[in-house]
Design a protein around this ligand. Structure first.
Ligand code: GDP
Ligand code: MG
Length: 283
């Protein structure tokens, strides 16, 4: 059967490289991305008789364009269209780590979550309802302890199986509400972006609109050569930015980040995480 490509994403220090090594063993090589100093680590694994090409993406907290690592991570996902992205999370810092996961979902990438460092999370008295998290997000979640290889086979089988389910289907981006200040503008921008097919071969329309609102340098750079549509989007974004500044003393990036964190915390409040201490206190 056709070779499957899996990209490993995750915050720095989530155990991504440890997971990559456990998955690929000695079957790996390190190159670099053309023109920049970010390492490109790739390897192969065999899962259920299926050869899997594994890419270790640079560690990132977000998918903005503030660092070269973030630009590389999202460009690899947009250009190479991996069959599955496995996001390696530090389970002990679930809320913060889900910030990247949510953005990967907004990009539309097919996603499997590895809840890594479960040993540490358990030591801290943290209990995670994996089934609940899985059903709330609508994607597979697998517990791992990469340092000792625990859960890695399950993770890879799950990721490959999920990739097979998703094969040949269009990516389905997660849509989050950004509130009454941004949602109407986003809808208008999305309508324009979709009508003109502006960068939609690479990104979901709403993702492009969000990047324009965030004043994302990389997206603006890519959009520039397209002329009138890019100018129109920049103008709309500037108007929104000025309006938010004047009325609420804030700016779109801050509002967007707030709503993303709000989405995550309301998700986790639905009984995903409990602490042994909490339970003890209640008894
Ligand atoms: P990366 O920055 O995401 O590539 O993280 P690394 O793979 O370099 O791991 C960061 C540190 O966490 C290293 O010291 C690893 O040995 C450790 N580590 C990785 N996975 C686990 C795990 O599941 N449990 C624990 N306790 N430590 C881990
Ligand atoms: Mg690493």
């Amino acid at each position: 059967s056709k070779k499957i490509t899996i990209a490993l994403a995750g915050n720095p220090n989530s155990g991504k490289t440890t997971a990559f090594n456990a998955i690929t063993g000695a079957r790996q090589h390190v190159g670099n991305y053309p023109g920049i100093t970010v390492d490109k680590k790739e390897g192969t694994a065999v899962v259920d008789g299926q050869t899997v090409h594994v890419i270790d993406l640079p560690g990132t907290y977000s998918l903005s364009a503030y660092t070269m690592e973030e630009v590389v991570a999202r460009n690899v996902i947009a250009d190479e269209r991996p069959d599955m992205v496995v996001d390696v999370l530090n389970a002990g810092a679930l809320e913060r780590n889900l910030y990247l996961a949510v953005q990967l979902m907004e990009m539309g990438a097919p996603l499997t979550l590895a809840l890594n460092m479960m040993d540490e999370a358990k030591k801290q008295g943290m209990r995670i309802d994996v089934q609940k998290l899985q059903s709330l997000l609508g994607i597979p979640v697998v517990e791992t302890v990469a340092r000792v290889g625990e859960g890695m086979d399950n993770l890879m089988r799950t990721a490959v199986e999920h990739a097979r389910e998703k094969a040949g289907k269009p990516w389905e981006p997660l849509i989050i509400s950004y509130g009454s200040d941004l949602d109407p503008v986003l809808d208008e921008m999305v309508a324009l972006i979709s009508k003109e097919q502006f960068l939609t071969d690479r990104y979901p329309a709403r993702w492009v609109a969000l990047k324009y609102l965030e004043n994302d340098e990389e997206m603006l750079r890519i959009g520039k050569p397209f002329g009138a549509v890019a100018t129109e989007l920049e103008t709309r974004a500037r108007e929104v930015s000025e309006h938010l500044e004047a009325t609420l003393k804030t700016y779109p990036e801050a509002v967007i980040a707030d709503y993303r964190y709000g989405y995550i915390s309301s998700l986790l409040r639905q009984g995903v995480v409990s602490r042994l201490n909490d339970l003890e206190n209640r008894l």
